[in-house]
Design a protein around this ligand. Structure first.
Ligand code: TAP
Length: 473
């Protein structure tokens, strides 16, 4: 059984208390991680400013280190994917895809280390003669990174990669349910040549270890991905320090009657609703389909959903595995049952065995049902007919969230109008809301948070723009 305490100043240190890490499908304990006390967290933050202040690693070297780490991850793909399968319950093909994406996230971060530019600022004002003004981007200092369970490698790298590229030191707290791959990442970065103290990992629960981190004023910025509830708490606790919050969504996808290929749209919408067992912030959840193609769309969606293989995530053919816990699967099932009591129909799926919830297609839902208006974070989609495209856009916007939305249409004018009218951080035309290329700007509005990820944008979040004025009399 692998065992990871806390990674501080380039060394693994033991823990007084330990947390078991379960295989989410079999329920077996396959690893354990430490539970950091306030004192341990403080030691990790001690190590980080030391590294930040004393270990001046140049931009070229930071780029090389991140590139080497990308190569090590590429070589260890199967082992890392299997770790993700076990700790998340993610099916093997999705876990392999996550590792592939992680390599790209690291490469993009490495490239950004070389692009920390600045700009000349013209100041043609009285009294400013013979002055040359320009800006430089400097690291914020120590970044606190708090990550969720659902993409434990790639979302961790979306924080750690840009933070290192920008010249910061990091204290990372991975999700308690899925910490193992993040611990392996610390070893990988060390093997790639990262100086001691630049990345520190403290394990433990959010409410204790996470809270200790938030309360440490030496941390200049927090980068967080997780639920809006915790995001709000972080904003409250951190006062005027910088934060970037990547939060939830209940992604809408509109399929208009002029969609080029309705069957393909149905396939994309349901499979992207069930990828990662529906536990992705941009998982398809609400599907608004024009009434002219609604019946055909539902038939195709049910056919595809019924053909998915459900069960053991280590089987390379499995499409949908267990959710993160039985408790979460019971919660999602109870939302389905509540919707059914309120008049919804289960067109396909809906049954649960342990943590495995069958991929589910609901119809005849109403906007006030939890399966529609809250983030379900489970393999459950609702198909909702519409008559008027303006009404579909209105319904899509009628949400407290605003991360990404999808629209399927062959009308370019409609696509451009919807791009302006859909109040989301990203609007994806002719693909599902789930599309994400790791280099693109990614982040939401409203309760989906603020601040952008994607290495180029995250580096901006994790640096300060400093003005320099030279007086050249
Ligand atoms: P959360 O329960 O919010 O947990 C996220 C992280 O915050 C975990 O590491 C958690 O620790 C920690 N945490 C919990 N309470 C804390 C506190 N009081 N102080 C400091 N840290 C605390 O989310 P989750 O269940 O892991 O992930 C699901 C949510 O994340 C969904 O809403 C999903 O939409 C969102 N998400 C968003 C995105 C983007 S990019 N927008 C991507 C993925 C997921 P423990 O778990 O160890 O207690």
């Amino acid at each position: 059984m692998s065992s990871y305490g806390h990674y501080i100043g380039g060394k693994w240190i033991d823990s007084e208390e330990w947390i078991p890490v379960y295989n989410k499908y079999t329920g077996e304990v396959f690893a354990r991680v430490g539970k950091a006390s306030r004192e341990t967290v403080s030691r990790a933050v001690d190590a980080a400013p030391l590294a930040f202040g004393q270990k001046k690693t140049g931009a070229y070297e930071r780029c090389e280190i991140l590139m080497r780490a990308a190569e090590i991850i590429r070589q260890r793909k199967e082992e890392l994917a299997l770790t993700i399968v076990r700790e998340v319950g993610k099916v093997l093909k999705d876990a392999r895809a996550e590792v592939d994406r992680s390599v790209q996230t690291l490469i993009a971060s490495a490239e950004e280390a070389k692009r920390l530019d600045g700009s000349v600022v013209p100041i043609p004002m009285p009294g400013a003669d013979n002055r040359l003004a320009f800006t430089i981007w400097v690291p914020v200092g120590v970044v606190g990174a708090i990550t969720p369970f659902n993409f434990p490698l790639n979302l961790t790298l979306h924080k750690v990669g840009p933070a290192i590229a920008a010249g910061n030191a990091v204290v990372l707290k991975p999700a308690r349910a899925t910490p193992v791959v993040a611990c392996k990442l610390a070893d990988i970065l060390a093997e790639a040549g990262l100086p001691d103290g630049i990345l520190n990992v403290v394990n433990g629960s959010g409410s204790e270890t996470g809270q200790y981190l938030l309360e440490d004023e030496r941390i200049a910025m927090f980068t967080f991905t997780g639920s809006p509830e915790v995001g709000r708490h972080i904003k409250r606790v951190t006062g005027i320090r910088k934060v970037a919050l990547e939060l939830g969504n209940n992604s809408p996808n509109i399929v208009h009657r002029d969609v080029p290929d309705p069957d393909k749209a149905a396939e994309l919408c349901v499979t992207r609703g069930f990828t990662n067992n529906g536990q992705a912030c941009i998982s398809v959840q609400r599907i608004y389909v024009h009434k002219d193609i609604h019946e055909r769309f539902v038939r195709k969606a049910v056919e595809i959903t019924g053909s998915l293989k459900v069960g053991n995530p280590e089987d390379p053919d499995t499409d949908v595995g267990p959710m993160i816990s039985e408790k979460e699967a019971i919660r999602a099932e109870s939302w389905i049952l509540e919707a059914v009591r309120q008049g919804a129909d289960v067109a396909c799926g809906g049954k649960r065995k342990g943590a495995v919830l069958e991929p589910t297609v609901l119809t005849h839902v109403r906007p006030d049902m939890k399966v529609v208006c809250e983030e379900i974070f489970a393999p459950v989609v609702s198909i909702i007919p519409f008559d008027d495209i303006d009404d579909a856009i209105r319904q899509a916007n009628d949400s407290k969230y605003g991360l990404q939305a999808g629209l399927f249409t062959s009308d370019l004018n409609l696509a451009m109008r919807a791009a302006k009218e859909l109040h989301f951080g990203g609007v994806i035309i002719n693909d599902a809301s789930t599309f994400r290329a790791d280099v693109m700007p990614y982040g939401g509005v409203k309760d989906s948070g603020f601040g952008k990820e994607g290495p180029h944008y995250a580096v901006r979040e994790m640096t300060e723009e400093r003005l320099v004025v030279l007086n050249l009399p």
